[in-house]
Design a protein around this ligand. Structure first.
Ligand code: FES
Length: 127
């Protein structure tokens, strides 16, 4: 699976929102660092978080067990299976939020905004 990623922290800097339809094309035309925007491949049996780490990126996490939401990402395109979830209620799953620590991509292409743990409705959940 090919993952295109964007750091949630840059959205504020540029006045972008998770709901922008052209979020990723705007990100592609902005001169963002590879830390904040780019692509990598997820191999079979890698979680999204492991794949990011194995390609040299530092994404937030804490428990690695689906219980803290520090590793949360917003899925903008594609879909992710998430076998372990002890923290996200249905209404947050419905907004496309997933836990990268046990996120297994199930589509060939994926677009995710990582570092969304500071979304107000996730801040309340984090332990
Ligand atoms: Fe805690 Fe993923 S690191 S839920």
């Amino acid at each position: 699976t090919r993952v295109e990623y964007l750091n949630y922290e840059v959205l504020d800097d540029y006045g972008w929102s998770l709901d922008d339809e052209d979020l990723f094309s705007n990100a592609a035309s902005a001169d963002l660092s590879p830390t904040d925007f780019g692509q990598f491949l997820v191999r079979p049996h890698e979680s999204l978080l492991e794949a990011a780490e194995n390609r040299g990126f530092t994404w937030p996490f804490a428990c690695r067990g689906g219980a803290c939401a520090n590793c949360a990402v917003a899925v903008i395109a594609g879909e992710i299976a998430m076998p372990v979830n002890h923290v996200l209620p249905t209404e947050i799953l419905d907004r496309g939020i997933r836990l990268s620590c046990n996120a297994m991509p199930i589509t060939e292409e994926l677009k995710v905004v990582y570092n969304v743990k500071h979304l107000p409705y996730l801040d309340e959940l984090r332990l």
